[in-house]
Design a protein around this ligand. Structure first.
Ligand code: GLP
Length: 242
């Protein structure tokens, strides 16, 4: 793992956008794996600015997202589909049919998860997968568990994740309790992985994921076994590693 510690959220976002831009320039027809949450918002803003300045072209790129809430229509303003359009897709020249996310409005979990895994596999998996990290070390929506889930699957969200995400919903009762997510195996098949973390509430997760034992109790710890992982985190997120 390459760990790069920067001053703050702004610096992390700038560095992450440069890292992603480099991949797009080197492989304009590549597959970029994307993430949601507050962490990558600044990265997406920087990518949009680079596009607007004529420095980046998304027209040949394909994107695959990690996850989606189960039970939300794509038009719901808290769906990850909506988030991606709002933060990135509607502001750059990605082809409308070149971005893929699991469809949370599909009730048949098994069929939707299999279809999504097949789609990502047919694209040859991500050339670069961007990840945030949950306070409990989750990646995508792979929550702490007894085993590492291999492929795209339906998960029951933990209390900690529901609590962390309630800020986006009118009340905690409105937060979906399940999600479809790429499995750990799907994520590990990405050729390169870029993981971002900002703030003291991610410090425990970063310490355990980068330096603790590899265990499904800390899903991101599996990344220690991936040959090409870059962590960009700010000083607050790195504070327990010293
Ligand atoms: C959600 C997403 C994750 C994300 C995590 C952290 O659970 N499924 O992909 O990494 O939230 O979110 P934030 O960046 O808002 O802290």
């Amino acid at each position: 793992m390459d760990i790069c510690v920067v001053k703050d959220y702004e610096e992390m976002s700038k560095k992450a956008a440069d890292f992603i831009a480099d991949m797009i320039v080197k492989k304009p027809d590549g597959v970029l794996g994307l993430a949601t949450g507050s962490t990558p918002v600044g990265t997406y803003k920087n990518l949009v600015s680079m596009y607007e300045a004529g420095k980046l072209d998304f027209s040949r790129l394909t994107t695959v997202n990690l996850d989606e809430y189960k039970g939300l229509k794509r038009s719901h303003d808290q769906s990850y589909y909506f988030f991606m359009h709002d933060n990135l897709f509607d502001h750059v020249n990605l082809r409308p049919d070149a971005s893929f996310l699991p469809d949370g409005s599909k009730d048949d979990a098994e069929s939707e998860c299999k279809a999504y895994e097949r789609k990502v596999a047919s694209l040859g998996y991500a050339d670069l997968q961007l990840l945030g990290i949950g306070r409990n070390g989750h990646i995508g929506f792979n929550e702490p568990a007894d085993d590492f889930a291999v492929a795209t699957h339906c998960v029951n969200l933990t209390e900690s994740t529901i609590d962390a995400n309630k800020r986006f919903f009118a009340s905690i009762d409105d937060v979906p309790k399940q999600a479809y997510t790429m499995g750990i195996g799907t994520i590990m098949k990405a050729k390169r992985i870029l993981i971002l973390a900002s703030g003291a509430d991610k410090a425990e997760a970063i310490k355990n994921s980068c330096f603790g034992p590899v265990t499904p109790k800390v899903p991101a710890s599996i990344l220690q076994f991936h040959p090409d992982v870059t962590v960009i985190c700010d000083e607050a997120a790195y504070s327990l590693c010293k």
